[in-house]
Ligand binder design. Sequence first.
Ligand code: WT7
Length: 676
Amino acid sequence: MTEPSAAPPTDAPPNSPGAHGLENLLSEERRFPPSSEFAAQANATADAYAWANADRPGFWADQARDLLTWSTPFTQTLDWSDAPFARWFADGRLNAAYNAVDRHVEEGRGDRVALHFEGEGGDTRTLTYADLLREVSRAANAMTALGVRTGDRVAIYLPLIPEAVVTMLACARIGAPHSVVFGGFSAEALSSRILDAEAKLVVTADGGFRRGKPSALKPAVDEALAKGAPSVAHVLVVRRTGQPVEWTQGRDVWWHDAVEAASPEHTPVDVDAEHPLFILYTSGTTGKPKGIFHTTGGYLTQAAYTHLNVFDLKPETDVYWCTADVGWITGHTYVVYGPLLNGATQVIYEGTPDTPHRGRWWEIVQKYGVTILYTAPTAIRTCMKWGAEIPGKFDLSSLRVLGSVGEPINPEAWMWYRRVIGGDRTPVVDTWWQTETGAIMISPLPGVTAAKPGSAQVPLPGIAADVVDDDAQPVPNGGGGYLVLTEPWPSMLRGIWGDPERYKDTYWSRFAGLYFAGDGAKKDDDGDIWLLGRVDDVMNVSGHRLSTTEIESALVSHPWVAEAAVVGATDETTGQAVVAFVILRSDVVEGNAADAATVQETLRTHVAKEIGPIAKPRQILVVAELPKTRSGKIMRRLLRDVAENRQVGDSTTLADSSVMDLIAQGLATPVAASED
Ligand code: WT7
């Protein structure tokens, strides 16, 4: 295991996904410079770095003017006088949906395909920019008729269907911040997000298709609202699967009644550059998810710039596909805003990669002639496991740029991605960023950077990042520590919804004046940055962010559980996997109320109900004690050693040193969780 030389805070998760070969990162010698043909046609050139370095705000102001259409041009670029609360382009006004849709139609690009939608069952829909304008305008009118006004929040709980994109843009069109909740989250999770944002409207569907079957969504909305949600006036329901739904008269409205009847003419509402565009909840180190909120002008500027330059997008000829769901930040920035601002043609796919067969993604690439593909390492590793013969059956020669996001990509998966999917021809860009950063921050530029498998390498032009030690000092090349961002950037979060103090505490108090990302990182001998995983109580499972504390809270809310500790154990496919250690209540143990298998299944189902199926522990181990320091802090490091079948490390700070022996004994007959 390679630890950064600056030790992470005591009891932090490992910041070295050792199983993926990152431990050899300082000896990675392979380099993949762009071909001369690629470099010659690339959007981004090497001089962008010097240009941006000479005048960082000026560089972003140029991008904001070039890439966006402003109804009132801005005269101020960055106001950092109230740091860490940033204001970018604050006296400018614009509308996000106008920029993403209308102007393409006004400028004669209305016939260009905006979305090629591929349903899981093989149903398809094509929407041009002109179609999108009509749909978004109708939805904006329908939402207005339902009482939604500029500034009101709208919760969106939909599958990945065109209506999800249309709804987000319709919200942006009337200046109503959207809060998209991933369809895999439970009613409980949906309820807390609706309450925190005080949403006025919820947009959902009867269901979506998942692994060949309809999977209901509306019941979760009904259940969430039944818990009480005084702010919600209406629920707008898209008919997708046709399954029966419960109906609350006066509250529930069918999309096809409200939207299809609405006028296709709508005037976008201009808002200030700092008007909130959306809230997106993400897991932090405490139990309560944080409502990260982004504003309009700065976010759109960096979304458009990064999408154009990191993927080298050529809007007339490229077919772009980002496999993320709109429930995550990747879907916000690289399915909705970035591509549409740039007038791209893109594919969206509702289903899973293996439905109805394991070649589905590659079949889609072949069918639409996808040229740019953006996905997560966990998907790449899953495809590796399924074997190169599967993609080998399809024509992938249209691909010219491949992107990776969400977690560290191990050099082996990077090489496979480039060789098997990219035909040894395509640049691969490993892009580091977060919900909070809004857009890509650290990444190679495909026509400029000699790529290094496994490293995100360098901050983009206009972005300043560093790796620092415990005393906030930059580490030398070859050293490790914490990733920080040293200058404000346009798409930075503007705060945590309703909780400015938590914003300051979480990101700006660890190191004075520096944004603390929560990731461990190293600089190699060339000064390139390698991301090593979280150093806080946040896990990354298949590129999805989960909080150990949140899952622990879910476990202890079950009547059988007295105490729980959760760790993220290294997993070959998903990066990390959730492993839980629980102490059962004595009456459950003494009464022999349940066998190990029942305990496992009951608690896994309970976590799925409390948070969502993505948070289900891979394994639940019943133990008699948990390892704690004298001050009562659970030593997750030791539990991780157990979960990863490693020799248990230094346990001298344990209050009771026999605890680890007890746990080890109890593990003699662990019960493996069933596959989902
Ligand atoms: C965390 C943010 C950004 C969209 C998806 C995740 C990890 C993200 C990389 C990468 C290594 C990465 C970090 C980060 N992460 N991209 N290229 N290399 N790690 O967004 O849910 O906000 O999670 O994902 O740990 O902090 P998110």
